[in-house]
Design a protein around this ligand. Structure first.
Ligand code: CMC
Length: 430
């Protein structure tokens, strides 16, 4: 909603009025879209730290107060009462489904879990030690070659089928990547199982033995997927939007999102957290020594799983995951040295002036890996699991962007600060 407030900008002795836009939770933004045509100025905001790229009705975050809501519903309530497919429906369609609607949606997703048989050769061509994120992004991109009749972002039916295919196939793709890396046969999906159980079955099952999923494990993974399902304009979601703004097909956009998520400053942090905890355990370092390294300007180490661009308070997802971590490990009877180290790191960091001053708190990645680890999921699979969780958010944003009346290709500007006109024959050579 646009309110009648205006911001004034004084430039070269002239006053320009800029509209102020307000969201439903009271956030306000100066609308600068006509700034350049009116004043010749552009905005400069490295990392888009203070730039709203769009309006969105999907997820609300208040980083100062540590609030996260999907479609208005607090994350804590969804974590307690919902399940991942219901949350996916909520994000993508904008409302909670009735029992019947959810069953129809789940059934449609179930129908698409299998991969084309040729994907076996596709995975076979990858090195055994290929990171599963690379395999997943390549496999998702390759879906565009298998479904050339479903690539038009303006065709609602093609989009809907692609959305259901992606939700269904990404867990199969991630599980295949893992099976390939350990040399075990690919397990076809078993569609009698729930979404999460099916994923665990494809990951851990073998054709030789019956695989029974422990309910506590399935519940924990479902919870983690819910907590990862969306986080408004984060790096990978913004990537999906930016790539999608060129009108390329959905598969290409999600493949790009997976790649963006892989980086250690983003979703790749969950794998890095475990590496950090294992290094502290195995190298005989104390938690305090590591915190000192993370603070030092002469050391590139960061306290992984700490800090967030938006949260200047405890990440509400980390709060839920920390509790779940204690619960799940307790129920599985796992005593984890890594959890002890993590708790100690948190205590030290939260009372350390460096972290207090910069408002650095545990984020979603700090405790999630400890749960994965206790369940027996290898560290390289942590970020693919983040991707499975985040997929509904990417899809919801992609759909919302295409329906937006302000939709246009994403194309930031820049302030050029390179060489001024230099003729070819005068240019320095080195
Ligand atoms: N350990 C030590 N110092 C840190 C950390 C950390 N984890 N995070 C930020 N800082 C310091 C940073 O060095 C800087 O200090 P100074 O002002 O003296 O230069 C200050 O805090 C601000 O950091 P920034 O990098 O400018 O902040 P940002 O908002 O651009 O970055 C972040 C946010 C998440 C990339 C960063 O906090 C970080 O690298 N954290 C570790 C990686 C991580 O856990 N990432 C997962 C993020 S949550 C899930 C997700 O998005 O996937």
């Amino acid at each position: 909603m646009t309110v009648s407030l205006k911001a004034e900008l004084h430039v070269d002795g002239k006053v320009f009025e800029l509209p102020v836009v307000q969201g439903t939770e009271g956030e306000r933004a100066v609308d600068t879209r006509n700034l350049r045509s009116q004043t010749g100025l552009i905005t400069l905001d490295p990392g888009f730290a203070n730039t709203g790229a769009c309006r969105s009705a999907i997820t609300f975050i208040d980083g100062e107060r540590g609030i996260l809501r999907y479609r208005g519903i607090p994350i804590e309530e969804l974590a307690e009462h919902s399940n991942f497919l219901e949350v996916a429906h909520l994000l993508i369609y904008g409302y909670l489904p009735t029992e019947q609607t959810l069953e129809r949606f789940s059934q449609s997703v179930r129908l698409h879990t299998m991969l084309h048989e040729d994907f076996k050769r596709f995975y076979g061509a990858l090195p055994k030690d290929a990171h599963p994120m690379a395999a997943c992004s390549a496999a998702v991109g390759a879906l565009a070659t298998f479904y050339p009749d479903c690539l038009d972002p303006r065709d609602p039916r093609q989009v809907e089928i692609s959305v259901h295919r992606l939700l269904a196939k990404l867990p199969t793709m991630a599980a295949y990547a893992y099976k390939h890396s350990i040399g075990q046969p690919f397990m076809y999906p078993d569609n009698r199982r729930s979404y999460v159980e099916n994923f665990l079955y494809m990951l851990f099952g073998t054709p030789c033995e019956e695989y029974v999923v422990e309910p506590v494990v399935a519940k924990a993974i479902d919870l983690l997927f819910i907590l990862h399902a969306d986080h408004e304009q984060n790096c990978s979601t913004s990537t999906v939007r930016l790539v999608g703004s060129s009108m390329v097909n959905l598969f290409a956009c999600i493949s790009a999102g997976i790649n963006a998520l892989w980086g250690p400053r983003h979703g790749g942090a969950n794998q890095e957290v475990i590496h950090m905890l294992v290094a502290i355990r195995d190298e005989g370092m104390t938690a305090r020594q590591f915190v000192e390294r993370a603070k030092s300007k002469d050391d590139t180490s960061r306290l992984m799983g700490f800090g967030h661009r938006v949260y200047r308070n405890y990440d509400p997802r980390a709060r839920v995951i920390k509790k779940a971590c204690h619960d799940v490990l307790g129920r599985l009877g796992v005593h984890s040295k890594l959890l002890e180290i993590a708790v100690e790191l948190e205590e030290i960091a939260l009372s350390d002036e460096y972290f207090i001053e910069r408002k650095l708190y545990p984020n979603v990645d700090f405790y999630s890996g400890i749960i994965y680890n206790a369940i027996g999921i290898p560290a390289t699979m942590f970020t693919p699991m983040f991707a499975i969780g985040r997929l509904p958010g990417w899809l919801a944003h992609w759909i919302e962007m295409h329906a937006d009346e302000d939709f246009k290709i994403g194309r930031p500007r820049q302030i050029y600060d390179g060489a001024t006109l230099t003729h070819y024959h005068e240019a320095e050579r080195h």
